[in-house]
Write a protein that binds this ligand. Sequence first.
Ligand SMILES: Nc1nc2c(ncn2[C@@H]2O[C@H](COP(=O)(O)OP(=O)(O)OP(=O)(O)O)[C@@H](O)[C@H]2O)c(=O)[nH]1
Ligand SMILES: [Mg+2]
Length: 230
Amino acid sequence: MVRINKNDEVFVKLLYWGCAGSGKTTAVDSLHRLCKEKYNDVVEPTGNLTKIAMASGSTLYFDRGIFQSKKQSQIFYHVYTVAGQQRFSPLRKKIFMGTDGAIFVFDSQRSRLEDNISSLKELKNVAGGKIITEIPLLVMVNKQDLPNSMKKKEVEEILAQENLFYPPGHELHTWNPIVYETIALYSNATNIYNVFAELARRTALYQSYGDGKAPVTNKPVKLSDNVPEL
Ligand SMILES: Nc1nc2c(ncn2[C@@H]2O[C@H](COP(=O)(O)OP(=O)(O)OP(=O)(O)O)[C@@H](O)[C@H]2O)c(=O)[nH]1
Ligand SMILES: [Mg+2]
């Protein structure tokens, strides 16, 4: 639920979800650097990234970064990651509360397939049927730099099996998650800004045209894969 304070500042909560080690923290870290160094005329971090992690680098609680839109300076994106290790499930449920838009970070390593699917099922369960209908979803198939990585088409099939990918003609078809093939490592970052910017755009469309829900497609919503203006 997008929140507005008495000064008309708007707070949008975006969440990176996925199994342990899929690259959520790395993605938000790279996003933070990209926004600071390259896209700061569009969206700028308002401070440091907060990372609460174990010595191993695995997230212990969450990461959080705050990003301010430069074109509409009253809009702030609060970007969170969850801790993906299985034992943190109760914590993830808490971090999920109030999420306006979600990015599922799929680990493209085939050995991680089962963990990806159980993480996706957990997200659906925690969201109680609100994914896509009220909370826009995008997907990263991450670690494309590694050999034999899973590809967009394969992940779309998994989404369809989980009822998160609608056929043409379905009223939610327009809101099918875009599946981005990504590399989260900063040195080689691919699609990391695009996926964030598209999620920001979709949350705005859900608010403006759908009153917090997926807008019905006969309304004048212009959609494209282009990087949007924030
Ligand atoms: N080759 C490669 N490695 C990556 C990529 N993204 C992340 N990694 C590596 O994968 C490991 C785990 O990344 P994290 O970002 O900590 O994963 P996480 O999803 O935050 O994990 P949890 O916090 O345990 O849920 C690290 O060693 C990263 O450097 C990528 O795109 N390519
Ligand atoms: Mg992490």
